[in-house]
Design a binder for this molecule. Structure first.
Ligand SMILES: [Mg+2]
Length: 200
């Protein structure tokens, strides 16, 4: 069994669109959980770019189960359902789960706790050997939460867009960049990320 370091992603890639339905299936992934801010869109963007729309549609058409796993609260949480529910995605936030218009209140806790992703894996009804991928731009949240679950594959992407929550921008990003320089095979700057998904 592979020993996993909490911050080490299983896979790195420059942008989500490079994670094709065929690639997911080839590595046993049947469900995909996406972080939103910095992963599918710029921080707190209010509309989905056409290329992301096409991409999510391609995953859905290929039969992959889609989840949004975000630390969003309040109005932003509801907005994520409106933005991504149309792709058949179930939206998990620390306060509960949106399945279509239906909201089920739950105290799931925010990433890096694995509770939202664990809930997504249960909802996906994975069979033995099947995996759920957690795709995100932050090691301290997305990768760390995924690495706590045996059924998860952690995928680190370069940050999408330039926006950030101020605390993340000033403290966490510089620290992540610094730590990445010490982790073997983990790209430090966005231009170092590989064009194709790469296991490390
Ligand atoms: Mg993010």
């Amino acid at each position: 069994m592979k020993i996993r370091c909490g911050l080490m992603p299983d896979v790195v890639v420059k942008e989500v669109e490079r994670l094709s339905p065929q690639w997911f299936k080839s590595v046993g992934v049947r469900a995909v959980a996406f972080d939103v801010d910095g992963t599918l869109m710029n921080y707190h963007e209010h509309k989905v770019e056409p290329e992301i729309t096409r991409y999510l549609e391609s995953l859905r058409t290929a039969g992959l189960k889609l989840f949004i796993v975000s630390n969003a609260y309040f109005g932003r949480a509801k907005e994520l359902e409106q933005l991504f529910g149309c792709f058949g995605a179930t939206v998990l936030t620390p306060g509960g789960v949106y399945t279509g218009e239906r909201f089920e209140s739950k105290n799931l806790g925010s990433k890096p706790k694995p509770s939202m992703l664990r809930e997504a894996a249960q909802l996906a009804k994975l069979k033995s050997g099947e995996k759920i991928a957690m795709v995100g731009d932050q090691m301290f949240k997305d990768v760390l939460s995924a690495n706590k679950l045996d059924v998860a594959v952690s995928v680190l992407v370069a940050r999408r867009g330039k926006g950030d929550f101020i605390g993340i921008k000033l403290l966490q990003r510089p620290l992540e960049t610094l730590i990445r320089t010490f982790l073997p095979n983990v790209p430090s700057r966005w231009y170092d990320f590989p064009e194709e998904p790469t296991f490390i």
